[in-house]
Ligand binder design. Structure first.
Ligand SMILES: C[S@@+](CC[C@H](N)C(=O)[O-])C[C@H]1O[C@@H](n2cnc3c(N)ncnc32)[C@H](O)[C@@H]1O
Length: 528
């Protein structure tokens, strides 16, 4: 995204921008035409812009179709999470006392010989062996403080050995001024600065510079879920996409570790392209707090500004006053201490009451067994008086229960018709809400569609068995659902649950399409 001011072909002064990416220039039509064959591989449907509110952001330079890959790139730097149990410094996967393979040069934990030469591990290996020390990690079941410094160390290594990469890292926002005085900043000052400057004796890196790196990681790093646990990565362009709680794009990863930004819906020319930095299916209070604590801004997206979240009432409570069936919400979420008020009867609740209730239910959610159909049903029943049907907590349980019924120990064939219908309804409820509040959450929609598909096939199997139903329309119904699921999950990496689900759904879809084709070609088969 670097600005170029000369013609891409002859370097002469140029003022004709490429209409696709707006990021390169030509002296005239002729050079633009001759260069297209080369440029089309790199031409992007967006450009970078800047404003006082968001800082740098990304804007579409042409219409982008839903489901298309907007951008793909490798990370500038990858590291384990700051707070982590010991993991392999190569691949990032968990290691235990039994299977750890300490690096023969520096002692940092690896999972085996194959990770000794993993490029991710070069920085800490270089700096640790240079001082003639070896790291010795012997406890594997608690968060290890030494890992706190790895992200910053790997960035600083780029400063010394890969200045091109460092220039890109340096441009990223660190919010150092806003972070100063926070617990995270103090912890970084005590742990990370101390490890880098005193244990590793890297006096060439100043405290300020080290804290800038931890700040950049905190504000910009994206979780890379390809290992267990996930690692985090800094990206040159992906780090520039702004946040929205109702984003129009989402991220996924290729098996090679490249991030992909995908259009979650059609994006118009000139629209800002956004991704979601927080949990899109959470309440507004939760999302706001999380964004303020980790990214240092208050979100003012269309969803946050509408307390009803487009009429879904995902953050609202039911009125508890007498027979009133009203909805209780604050006038705005911008002030977390604002009073909540019933839109129907006008009765009021303090912010403190709401926060305590949310905390209590949140604690219940953490403690309950989300793998138990009965516990999930009980939760929905118990909280239906206080929480709206689409409240984030209710959606969370509906999402769990929609997957749980007929899975695991229960085969779908043993599930009652009532439960099958309930499963289908719960999954549809989740899809309906997600489509309104976070339409780019294709993973959730895809998972729910697969559940609806399995449920529909089972219900059809039973109906078909009892009454002579029309098999063609049944087949068409299943094919349509599965096709939508495949479209939603198509970009998911195969190591993840969603990627595996995609492969299975694709296989089933091919079979269904084959059956459809067969029936169209041989209608007489239906008579048999
Ligand atoms: C990952 S960076 C995005 C790139 C950043 N704008 C820049 O100029 O480098 C995240 C930071 O961008 C800003 N930002 C992103 N989305 C925003 C939004 N919706 N509203 C306000 N600020 C936002 C915040 O300062 C946030 O901490």
């Amino acid at each position: 995204m670097d600005d170029l001011n000369g013609c891409e072909v002859c370097q002469k002064p140029a003022n004709q921008k490429c209409g696709g990416c707006h990021s390169i220039f030509y002296c005239g039509k002729e050079h633009q035409r001759s260069h297209w064959k080369k440029h089309k591989k790199f031409c992007r449907p967006f450009e970078m812009a800047n404003d006082d509110n968001v800082g740098r952001f990304i804007k579409a330079t042409k219409e982008i179709e839903e489901g298309s890959v907007i951008f793909e790139e490798r990370p500038l730097s990858v590291s384990p999470m700051q707070l982590t149990l010991p993991v392999c410094m190569g691949c990032g996967n968990h290691v235990t006392a039994e299977d750890v393979h300490p690096c023969p040069k520096c002692g940092w934990p690896l999972c085996g010989e194959q990770c000794e030469s993993n490029p991710n591990h070069v920085p800490e290996c270089y700096y640790t062996s240079k001082i003639g020390q070896k790291v010795s990690i012997t406890t594997f079941d608690t968060i290890h403080p030494l890992y706190r410094c790895v992200g910053a160390l790997r960035c600083l290594y780029q400063k010394q050995f890969a200045p091109d990469v460092w220039r890109k890292i340096e441009k990223l926002e660190s919010h150092c001024k806003l972070r100063k005085g926070t617990d995270g900043y103090e912890q970084d000052r005590l742990c990370v600065v101390d490890t880098i400057r005193n244990f590793l004796k890297l006096k060439e890196f100043s405290e300020e510079e080290i804290l800038r790196c931890t700040g950049v990681i905190g504000v910009n790093a994206h979780e890379i879920p390809l290992s267990t646990p996930s690692q985090v990565g800094l990206f040159n362009v992906t780090s520039i996409f702004e946040h929205s709680c109702r984003s129009n794009a989402y991220k996924t990863f290729s098996m090679a570790g490249q991030v992909r930004v995908i259009a979650g819906r059609k994006i118009d020319k000139g629209e800002h392209i956004s991704i979601c930095y927080t949990e899109p299916l959470q309440t507004t209070l939760f999302r706001q707090k999380h964004l303020q604590r980790t990214k240092f801004f208050s979100c003012r997206c269309e969803r946050c500004l509408d307390v009803t979240e487009f009429g879904t009432n995902v953050s609202a409570l039911n009125c508890q006053s007498g027979q009133c069936k009203g909805i209780v919400l604050p006038g705005s979420f911008e002030n977390e201490n604002a009073e909540w008020c019933c839109k129907q009867c006008g009765s009021k609740q303090t912010a403190e009451f709401v926060m305590n209730a949310m905390k209590r239910i949140g604690d219940d959610l953490v403690l309950m067994d989300k793998g138990s159909v009965e516990d999930c049903k009980q939760f929905l029943d118990h909280y239906s008086t206080l929480l709206t049907p689409n409240h984030a907590y209710m959606i969370d349980i509906k999402l769990a229960l929609g997957q749980l019924i007929g899975n695991g120990d229960y085969s779908l064939k043993t599930v009652s018709v009532d439960d099958l219908l309930l499963k289908k309804q719960l999954c549809q409820d989740v899809i309906n809400i997600v489509n309104i509040i976070a339409p780019a959450e294709k993973r959730v929609i895809g998972i729910m569609l697969v559940e609806i598909y399995t449920c529909t096939t089972e219900l059809q199997r039973r109906k078909l068995h009892k009454a002579n139903k029309d098999p063609v329309s049944m087949l068409t119904e299943c094919t349509t659902i599965l096709r939508q699921a495949v479209r939603c999950l198509q970009h998911e990496p195969e190591v993840l649950f969603e990627g595996k689900l995609y492969l299975q759904a694709l296989k089933d879809l091919k079979k269904l399409e084959g059956c459809n084709q067969l029936l169209i070609q041989n209608p007489s088969l239906l008579m048999k």
